[in-house]
Design a protein around this ligand. Sequence first.
Ligand SMILES: [Zn+2]
Length: 246
Amino acid sequence: MTRKQSPTRISRRIGRFRTERRLILLAILAIILFTGWRWIKMHPEHDPTAPLDLNHPVGFATATKVSALRDDVPACRAVLERSEVAFTALDPAGEGACARPDRTRLDDYPLAPNTPPVTCAAAAALELWRTKTLAPAAQEIFGTGIARIEHLGAFSCRRTYGTAEGPWSEHATANAIDIAAFVLEDGRRISLIADWDGDDNEARFLRRAREGACDWFATVLSPDYNAAHADHFHLDQSPRWAGVCR
Ligand SMILES: [Zn+2]
């Protein structure tokens, strides 16, 4: 025979059950938050507040942090130092539209025939492009590394497409670089002019190179963009004009 319970006792029981359920939910929430916090502290690449290190794997927060370097030279140079990327900060040069207050030259980067100074933001993007895009793509597709990256120039005091009236080119401040070819460690040379078209390994590599550049640079123009870029990738870090990847 079951004992009859008074309505007050039942409602007290329900009340206690509700309080317990609330406490359990709070405990679960606290565990989830703590686990998430600990996970993000162990994965700074996903943490928007963690200092950027170019050696970390790529995470949810990486691209945002890289693009924030476009208008913060001291922060950008601090990132290169933290990431142990060797560079030289050269004296400012030029004047007017072609003034270059930020001339950052990577000391140990396989650019050929030389390594021109570029803006720090462009230097950081070049480093990420080499380590996160080009080296893994070359290894995966050809089973070898990148020996040289051939460029056509970074600084050029001119307007876009050499017009007399148009906006100044990102090359006017060396916030851009034009890349023409890659030489692999086994001596093979892959150039945009000779290898862009087709679906062989060389063309696949060049497409990977372009897609990867879009992760790090503000603007990427390839042979798909227009005939003026048939023989090179134009890569720049314009803070005003971002998002072109073609
Ligand atoms: Zn260019």
